[in-house]
Design a binder for this molecule. Sequence first.
Ligand SMILES: [Zn+2]
Length: 253
Amino acid sequence: MCHIKIVIRFHRISSSCKSLLSSLQQVFHRLSLRLLHEHPFFSRRVGPLPIFFIIAIVVTVGLAAGIPLALLLKTHPAIDIDIKALSHTDVAERDWKYIVIHHSATPEGSAVVFDDFHRNKRGWRNGLGYHFVIGNGTQSGDGEIEVGNRWIKQLSGAHAGDRYFNRNGIGICLVGDFDKDEAEGPTERQLESLEMIIHHLSDRYDIPISRVIMHKDVVENHTACPGKNFPEAELRHHLRDFLVSNDASRAQS
Ligand SMILES: [Zn+2]
């Protein structure tokens, strides 16, 4: 019985597909005849084929090759980072209350480069002022998360321009200048890594979304960091999804 139904349904689907295809075929046939007869450009020939057919072939091949390629470029594989192992520290952890997001305001960089600058140019004994640096593919990997000395030793940061936030806030810096006039923001991989690390840290130290802040929120009119092109709304939207589900799973357990 069921088998018959499936066969009938399949037959209906295939016959409706056939009729759709044949009407499309007729439309295409009529259109090509008109174009070939009425427009001299389309009836022109390159070798044995009229230009119209060459255009049709190029468009078809282009779409067939272009769509999978575009999908492939868009859905790059997720970054394989063991965030728990990466952020593990052997010393007693501090009771972190905030996460403060920065950009480096430089087109290039890495933890090593900023560490050198902070240690030798600024004269900071503990070097790199941030706890984490997320690379943009210039001097470290695109989306690579580097862990600073201040995180490993659980020291106050030197990033917020404010003693309380340096002591209580985890400083995360994304390499790049997101305050330029050309709308240049973080890379997709940088944002993926940022979300990943925020998920982990907010879970571990019970930091709510309201305490995930931008550097510019610390002291009013002090800085534009992480820049006008940083997609704060998009980040908050993604975090809300996560933190809501996180709260729900906590309530269940
Ligand atoms: Zn900053």
